[in-house]
Design a protein around this ligand. Structure first.
Ligand code: ATP
Length: 618
């Protein structure tokens, strides 16, 4: 067990009142948060703690780190770790009725589903249809409408109070009505409705604050308006045992409305927290901290004796850049490094870029060399390849929610039947019996019939479907191949789900919500060199980091270069996050010439972020 610094210890020992920990990279924010939760668990054995994170990855990491300590094992039930969205979805699904919604609402997480709904709305109304047809690019217009709806919801502007464009107001009203008719909500509704439930029902707020004695929020610099307001609503009038932890310089979700002022100004004025600042970096060697400080004018101090290594390199083109990475990777794997006191492994390396495509060349080279690597992904939902499992998936959706018109139509289209009239109330199973007639589809019905809310054994269902497919002569080899892969993927989601949810709480609707929120994505056992975007690298650390594609227009991104305003601040933060993932060695590279997808060659300038360094050429 590592010793905490004096300041870290003070934070861990802090008991009552609001608390803000502002701290630089590698200063132990996450560590302090975890230690404080442990301490609270052990000293307040009957109190519950709510720990909110921004990603499933961060939530999982936090749970694992808590579980590592045997002392807290018996009290682990007292801490609820999860993303803000997942916590709020629980509120909405269980108490939607308090604001005129149904309960057990399903989440339409997929943008295509939202678009289909919007298209329906335009088709039904001749005025709106005319408007749509007058647009040069109707598809783009639909997307813009969806974005505008999303923006209103993120700002908690309901259609009733929206006072802009009349046509849009109507579209927005209809869109929400359509969702309501299907007992569904979209992603943005999660926070908005949770906020309404909490603020319009003080009893609910009181119930939560009497259950949870402490609330902690990690990565608080990434809070956006809606998230902050929900957290504030959760605290009601009097609760103030809330702890926010974050680093303004690592705020990188500006495009999603995040604003570090919510943490450093609004929270301070609303809660008057005790503020701690941590600036000792326990992760990175001196040269890395020194460079990071020049990016952000921060005052981090490396706690390490090691100088480490940070260097910038110009390569001829992307091919040369990729070869340079492979060469240095191999040298370090073979010889190690005097500042690293253990032999290096694949997992000690990360290659980070501003966007996914910059990593293509390196990926090719890693593949050629047989070096294991993986992409960190953040996704939600489930992607299905085979038609049969698509039918299975849609059937499951209808079983959960017979009002789901969007997916009912999709299912009917696939099995080529007319959409049945759903105006007479009809259960999901009755609908399925009307639609699914082929032998193989009847198997789906039989299997789904076995579900009842008390005993949701999806693993057995998958096994039965797999057995049927194996013995069936109805499918071609290729189709079977896809079906088996799809089933295997479902099985993985199911395994992750049952690890998180006790048997008695398992149900089809909760399983679907877990999938929709990305809580069943496999994120843990990836092996090999990490390929990451700067966004995905948040919170992680590696002995050796290559930050690549560091040219003007790529990193910083060309849009930020063009706008040259707040966006550039975000780019700098992205760079800051990427570089500070390195513990001991950091290579910064860029290709002088970039070959465009259509074959042209483009000369590039070194990124402004490395201009102050000596740039080596080969
Ligand atoms: N007091 C300490 N002594 C030694 N090592 C420490 C101490 N505090 C933290 N560390 C180590 O420093 C590293 C960084 O800690 P942690 O990940 O908690 O920092 P962080 O502030 O959350 O980082 P970031 O925001 O950059 O992701 C970890 O390896 C952690 O174990």
């Amino acid at each position: 067990m590592l010793n905490l610094s004096e300041k870290q210890q003070q934070i861990v020992d802090f008991t009552d009142g609001a608390l803000l920990v502002k701290a630089g990279p590698g200063s132990g924010k996450t560590r302090v948060l975890i230690e404080r939760i442990k301490k609270l668990l052990l000293t307040n054995k009957r109190s519950k703690i709510l720990a909110l994170t921004f990603s499933n990855l961060a939530a999982e990491e936090m749970k694992n780190r808590l579980l590592e300590d045997q002392a807290v094992e018996d009290y682990i039930e007292n801490v609820n770790v999860g993303t803000i969205h997942s916590f709020c979805l629980d509120i909405v699904q269980s108490r939607g009725n308090l604001i005129g919604l149904g309960t057990e609402l399903v989440l339409f997480e997929n943008n295509d589903d939202r678009k289909k709904m919007l298209a329906d709305i335009f088709l039904k109304d001749s005025e709106l249809l005319r408007l749509l047809k007058s647009k040069e690019k109707p598809e783009v217009f639909l997307n813009e409408c969806l974005e505008l709806i999303s923006e209103q919801k993120k700002n908690f502007v309901s259609p009733e109070v929206y006072d802009g464009n009349e046509a849009f107001k109507e579209i927005y009203i209809e869109y929400n009505e359509y969702l309501k008719k299907q007992n569904a909500i979209d992603f943005d509704d999660i926070l908005f409705y949770a906020y309404r439930i909490l603020t319009e029902n003080p009893n609910v707020t009181k119930m939560y604050t009497s259950i949870y004695k402490f609330i902690c929020v990690d990565e608080a610099q990434d809070l956006n308006f809606a998230q902050y307001e929900v957290i504030r609503a959760l605290c009601g009038e009097t609760f103030n045992n809330i702890m926010l932890v974050g680093d303004e310089n690592q705020s990188i979700y500006g495009f999603n409305g995040s604003d570090s002022n919510l943490m450093s100004k609004t929270f301070v004025s609303n809660f008057q927290p005790t503020v701690y600042v941590l600036n000792e970096n326990f992760r990175s060697a001196k040269s890395i901290v020194r460079f990071a400080n020049t990016l952000e004018e921060s005052d981090s101090v490396s706690n390490y004796f090691y100088e480490g290594e940070l260097s910038a390199h110009e390569l001829q083109d992307e091919e040369e850049e990729a070869l340079f990475i492979i060469k240095n990777f191999k040298t370090l794997m073979e010889n190690g490094h005097s500042d690293i006191d253990h032999p290096l492994d694949f997992e000690d390396f990360a290659i980070i870029a501003r966007n996914r495509y910059v990593l293509n060349k390196v990926e090719d080279k890693l593949k050629d060399e047989g070096i294991p690597y993986y992409f960190k992904k953040s996704s939600s939902g489930i992607e299905i390849e085979s038609e049969f499992i698509k039918v299975f998936d849609l059937s499951l959706r209808l079983l959960i929610n017979c009002k789901d018109i969007i997916h009912l139509r999709e299912l009917c289209k696939i099995v080529k039947v007319d959409v049945p009239d759903t105006s007479n109330s009809c259960s999901g199973m009755e609908l399925l019996e009307l639609i699914l007639k082929s032998e193989s589809h009847k198997v789906i019905i039989e299997e789904l019939k076995k579900f009842d809310e008390v005993n949701f054994e999806f693993g057995k269902t998958l096994k039965a479907v797999a057995d049927f497919v194996e013995n069936s002569t109805e499918f071609q080899e290729e189709e079977k191949y896809l079906i088996f892969n799809d089933i295997e993927m479902w099985q993985k989601h199911w395994s992750k789900y049952i690890m998180q949810v006790e048997r008695e709480y398992r149900s089809a609707i909760s399983f679907r919500s877990y999938i929709a929120l990305g809580k069943t994505q496999d994120i843990s056992n990836d092996k090999g060199v990490s390929l990451l975007t700067a966004h995905m690298s948040k919170g992680l650390q590696y002995e050796v980091v290559f930050v690549i594609g560091l040219s003007e227009g790529t990193f910083p991104d060309y849009r930020a270069v063009r706008a040259n305003g707040k966006e550039m601040e975000q780019e700098k933060n992205n760079m800051f996050v990427a570089v500070t993932r390195a513990k001991r060695i950091c290579f910064l590279t860029y290709p002088k010439v970039k070959v465009m997808p259509w074959g042209d060659k483009k000369n590039q300038q070194a990124s402004r972020f490395i201009k102050g360094l000596e740039i080596r050429t080969i």
